[in-house]
Design a protein around this ligand. Sequence first.
Ligand code: HEC
Length: 156
Amino acid sequence: MTSWSLLGSWVLLIAACAYNPHTDHHSLPDSGGATLHATQNDQLRDLMVAMNSLLFERIHTELEADLGREMAAREIAVAASKLRSNVNAITETLPKLNLPADQQPVFLALAAELGQRAQAIVDVANNRQYARLSPALDNLEQTCMACHHLFRAAHH
Ligand code: HEC
């Protein structure tokens, strides 16, 4: 299917979307305010872009269609698995964020939750529980937004 032919270039596509304010329907809603100053961390940026693609893929692929559904689940499993095994890229930015001591455990808990919810996606996809895939992606998105609202809007 046409959407699958795009898989080879999704990284490029998502990267463009993530950094173009006019295509923000491809990424998380802007939580507003100043961004944190860790953007020099290429590993984190790659990870975030990959995470964004999880949400993007759900919207733009034919997840519910008979054809392509299995392939969609497999791609999502691979991406979520990568995300889970790279959550440390997020936790490693903690020292640079200059968060107040009482907020650091919150940041770490959200990073840990991200890993758990990514693993849940891997499990659901690998077990071909297609009906549970979208709710599992919703859960992941909640974690993305929670962390961004807390730590991207209020700090400089
Ligand atoms: C534990 C906290 C946390 C979680 C969870 C989290 N992020 Fe982030 N995210 C950050 C931080 C910190 C940055 C760096 C912001 C900066 O340097 O300006 C960032 C940056 C980004 C960026 C880079 C582009 C930009 O606008 O700055 C994208 C895209 C992004 N995140 C998407 C996601 C997605 C999608 C998820 C969930 C799948 C997610 N994030 C989950 C903390 C988090």
